[in-house]
Design a protein. Sequence first.
Length: 329
Amino acid sequence: MADVAAMAGVSSQTVSRVANNRSNVEEETRRRVLSAMRVLGYRPNTAARALVTGQFRTLGLISFGLASFGNARTVDAVTRAAQRAGYTVNMIAVESQTERAVHEAFDQLTMQAVDGIVLIEAQILDTPALRLPPGVPVVMADGDVSHRHPMVDTDQALGARLVTRHLLDLGHETVWHVSGPEDSYAARRRAESWHATLKEAGAAVPQLLFGDWSAGSGYAAGRVLARRPGVTAVFAANDQMALGVMRAMIQAGRRVPEDVSIAGFDDLDESAYLSPPLTTVRQDFDVVAERIVSLMIDQIEGGTAPSATAFVAPELIVRESTAAPPPPA
């Protein structure tokens, strides 16, 4: 550190502030220090820094399923947001949502000396008796309806309301819904909002169909719906299931959108290139991740433990898979 300070023409304290990514350093000074670090091959001693600050600048992340698009994108976005804030991420994927599995994951991460832990879609927190180990800051991504911990999520209810209202405004008498799994927070919020939006509009509420987020489950639901000539609009709880519904409808001779409108949720990169391009709801995972990391750092560095719940507004993306219903026969 002394060598870096001498080369950059600054004090050792300034080198320390740059190494710890502090904001109270002029940009030109920061560039000189970073240049000196590169020339000299300087690397901060994280163990020594932790002894001084009590912080390891490492976050733990527990995900309860990476197969889900939303979970995978959240993991990616949180990892990138943490890196921008000067933190690394250690992740554990947990297969079963049991109290024992959660505590084992916490134990593994705390033994790796993390400063805080992010949990993604943990339905296990519905269990009133479950208490997470104390002493480690926690932030939830899509979970904790009891509000025991700070939580950040896309406003799932708003997204479902936007897409359901869009289909009703096109003139469809009602909207059928293919929901995600019953144990998913996101799926439940979307289904509840779809139901409420139909009720508010005075529209009939059709039977709810369930899928498992896969295109195959959407295809199975689509085959059921394709046999009902009165179905003119379908909102699937994610784009993969919407793709399956679309395939089933086309196989049954139902044109999209001339005979039936289909909409999804998530806005996969591929959704704009389907035939026809899919109307969907776009989630801003980067903004969700930035707020998660910000809440975590507030707890780690400021010692505060907010109990706030923050929702990030999604955006309706209207494409060619939705249109006015066909005229009565």
